[in-house]
Design a protein around this ligand. Sequence first.
Ligand code: TXE
Length: 500
Amino acid sequence: MDQISTRLSPPEAPREFGFFMNGAWVPAGDRELFDRQSPAHGVPVTRVPKCTVEDLDAAVDAARRAFDDRRWSGLNGQARAAVLLRTGALIRERADEIAYFETLENGKPISQARAEVLGCADMFEYASGLARSLHGDSFNNLGDGLFGLVTREPVGVVGLITPWNFPFLILCERVPYILASGCTIVAKPSEVTSATTLILAEILSDAGLPDGCMNVVTGAGSSIGQALIEHPRVDMLSFTGSTAVGRRVVEAAGKSNFKKLGLELGGKNPQIVFADADLEDAADGVAFGIGFNTGQCCVSGSRLIVERSVADDFARMVQAKFDKVRVGDPLDEATQIGAITTEAQNATIMSYIERGQAEGARLICGGAQLDMGRGQFIVPTLFGDVTRDMSIAREEIFGPVLTIMPFDTIEEAIEIANDTDYGLAASVWTKNIDKALTVTRQVQAGRFWVNTTLAGGPELPLGGFRQSGWGREAGIYGVEEYTQVKSVHIEIGKRDHWVK
Ligand code: TXE
C-alpha cells in the first residue's frame, strides 16, 4: 500500500518568546535576541531572548523563595500529584503544537516528535503517583529507648541544563521527578532548542504549579549556563550534554558550593549480535538504533560487534535497511530520518566520516550529505574494516554513522564492548539465554537491551556507568536522586544522664 504523505509547512514568521519566571512570561524587552532557523528548511522559526546574568539571578531568587517558603514542598503528595496529572493532560492537549516546534527547531521527524511528546505526558502521569508514594524508612529495632526514622527531603533549588537532541524528552525525563520530590527548578535549555521548554513552563503554571517553582532562562551555555553551574544558591545541578562541559560542571561545583550533581554525558554504545540471533530482527534493530534521531542520541547503538561467521551477511542486511529508510523533510509524516540539528554537528559528523576513511576504514554505504536544496541531511553510513584504535570506533560521533567489528568468542565480544571510556547503554541480540545473561552481566552500561534497543518507559531509570555520568533519572530512582536522606533519632522515656 502506498504511504500516505501529508506535510505541514514551516511558519511564515518566527514565533517570538519571552522567558518564564515566577509564574509569568517576561517579555524580551531590549535584550539581545537569538533567531533559530529550522535546520531542515533554513527559515527562522523561533526567536528567544538572550537572558543576562541578572535575569538568571532573578530566576534563582524566585526558585529559592518558592522552595524556602515551602509553597510546593509543604504541600501533601496528593496536591503535588494533582498538578502533575493536570500537566500530563495539558501536554496531551497541546501535543501537536509542542511536536511542531520540536521538529522545527531540532529537525526530527514530526511523527517521532509527536510520539515523544505523548511519552512525556505519560512521564508526568507516572510521576504523579511517585509524588504520593515517596517515603522513607523506620528502625524499630534500636532497643526500648530509641526509635529511628529515615526521611527523604527535597534537595532544594535544582538547576537543569539540557541539550538540543531531545529538547522536550530529556526535559520531561527530569522535571516531573524533580517536582514530585518537592524541589523547585531553574531550567536552561540549549540555545538552539528553547521553545518547548518555555511552553512546558507555561503549561505547568496553567496546571496550578505555584509561582516560582519552574523558571526558564534562555541563552548561551558559556554565559548563563556557566553562571548557573557556578551559582551559590543552587543546591543541585542536573546536566545533560557533552563530556567536555560535564567536566566544567564538576569543576564549578567544587569551586562554588559543592552542589549535588546529576550528569548524563556521552556514549559509544555497543550492539552485540550473535550468529544465533533472529538476524532479520537484529538488522532492523541495529538500523533503528543508529538511524533514530539521526544518531544524535546519547544511547545510539554506534558500535556494531558481530560474530564473524555472519558478519558479512549481516552487514549486507543492515545496508539493505539503510537503503530503504526514508530521509527527508521532517515535517513530512512519512519521514524517518530528518535533519542534523546544527551546522556545527553536521560538520563534526562529516569530519568523522573523512577521518574514518583516512584511518583506513572501508565505507560500505552512505557517507554523503543529501542535497534537499536547503537544510543539512546525512544518509546512514556504515564502515567496515574498523579497528579499535580508530577515532570512529572510540569517539562519540553523534550522527548516523555505524562501525562494524567482528568477534570470535563471547569473551572477545565482551572485551570489545567494554573497550571504551563510556558506559551509557548496550544491546545484545541472541536467542541463547546464557549468552544474553552473561553479556548483560559483564558489559558496563547503565541501560541494557536484550533483543531490542532504545526501548523504555518512565518506570526504568536512565544513567551511565564510567564517564557517561553520575546518578539516575526517571522512575522512583529519579525522584530519590533529587532528595537527601535525614536520619532522625527519637529517645523514648527518661534519659540515662551523662552527668550524674
Ligand atoms: O553540547 P554542550 P553541544 C555531545 C555530542 C555532541 C557534543 C557537542 O557528542 O556532538 O556533545 O554538543 C550548555 N556551562 N552531546 O556542543 O555544549 C548548552 O547551552 C554550562 C551528548 O551542543 O554540552 C546546552 O544547554 N552550560 C549529549 C548544554 O550545555 C553550558 C547531548 C549542552 O551543550 C556550558 C548533547 C557551560 N560552560 C551533546 N556550555 C547527550 N548525552 O545526550 C554549554 N552549555
